[in-house]
Write a protein that binds this ligand. Sequence first.
Ligand code: AMP
Length: 487
Amino acid sequence: MPNNTSSITFANLNLAEPIMRAINDAGYTQPTPVQAQAIPLVLAGGDLLAGAQTGTGKTAGFTLPVLHLLNAKPAVNPRTGSPRCLILTPTRELAAQVEESVQTYGKYLPLKSLVMFGGVNINPQIKSLRERVDILVATPGRLLDHVGQKTLDLSSVEILILDEADRMLDMGFIRDIRKIIAALPKKRQNLLFSATFSEEIKTLSDGLLNNPGFVEVARRNTTSELVSQSVHMVAQKLKSHLLSHLIQHNGWKQVLVFTRTKHGANRLAEKLNADGIAAAAIHGNKSQSARTKALAQFKEGSMPVLVATDIAARGLDIDMLPHVVNFELPNVPEDYVHRIGRTGRAGSSGSAISLVDSEELQHLKDIERLIKTQIPRVTIDSFVPPTHIPAEAPRPPRPQHGQKRHSNTTAGNRPPRESSAPPRAHNPNGPRKNPQRQQGQPRPERTGQSPTKPRTTQQPLLSEAARHQAMPQPALFSPRPNVRRGK
Ligand code: AMP
């Protein structure tokens, strides 16, 4: 495998002409590194272990060669409801997006695709399975429902793809995956894509893959200079005020805001709406149509703010976002890299702003250690916090670093939905005593300076504790229709 993939063109990859035409229609001029490395290996028929995350072009990395292979060797006796390629994804959203890619790249081929996931009526899916399906994209739980009901026949599967395998394990899908693998024909090609390689992933890949080829592409944005990162030190209770201020005064048109919990996402969206900023939270408690609508409005630019948890945002294919805001820092430092990877894509610059309170300092340090960068602390001179802020309910402690957000499976092997955690005690030290001003404290307006231009400060990190808001936990997200047939 070439180390330098920058000279490889799509023409070098020997993909069928109808696929090349679709690639051309998509406007791609050159394969991304993961595509340049993975496509030849998949076309050669071998198993593959690939380290790549969303944003690297991984979806086309497996979809393009799979389309080529299936097209080159048509099914001898195609049966209804019996796919030749099975793609498993952790979330409904990712399933929908992957199937959309299958349609995009396969639009000039006579292959049929289908997407299905849980949380929606199963009957339309059963109906679709009465027809021919070449490529099935599914989440594990619903797939097993169909296997159990014998509405899906897995005996024709020639190619299995696990997309975002690490996230599937995080979400407690390992038993489901093992059951699905056991129901597949022994002789097949296996492709495993994962953003990270934990011991669990190694165990899974050792059992699944046969002498696999290996490709790994750098985590996005670990060194990207296209993303301008900054940290605003601000008390938790002032964060929503500061965020409204940033959006309104800077005239931001498209901002993806990350919160740690679905309730936090809801509350923040409501607060922004109350401030006259159109915003929606996305999570599994919302109806399918509400989520699809919110995402569509956000993408087309009619709703400037989308508030999401890490799980909800996983797999969201929203390119070239100008602004990403971490309303709270993630527990897992790698998630920070993933979050800010939403901006500064494809050569465009973007900003990633983190609102950090004193209790998040350890998370901030861990993130900075991971990215080997000190993120500049900035203050917004024009921000004058409200003088009266209603008392907030106390919140529970944050999980420690490395603590899994999803560690249990629930009945029926569904991905666990986290519930609200119990409240925690208020800070026994009481209000802040340190006289040093920080973000979120009033400061006199300066003249001769842009009211919204962030100013980098050399002031040390906060040492004061503050009281915080209630902090329940994240949930799953899965917009888009419950079933869609390609062709
Ligand atoms: P993925 O990592 O699969 O989620 O892809 C991220 C984005 O990259 C998607 O919006 C794709 O449409 C886009 N993309 C994939 N391959 C290429 C390519 N070779 N050139 C330009 N954009 C691409």
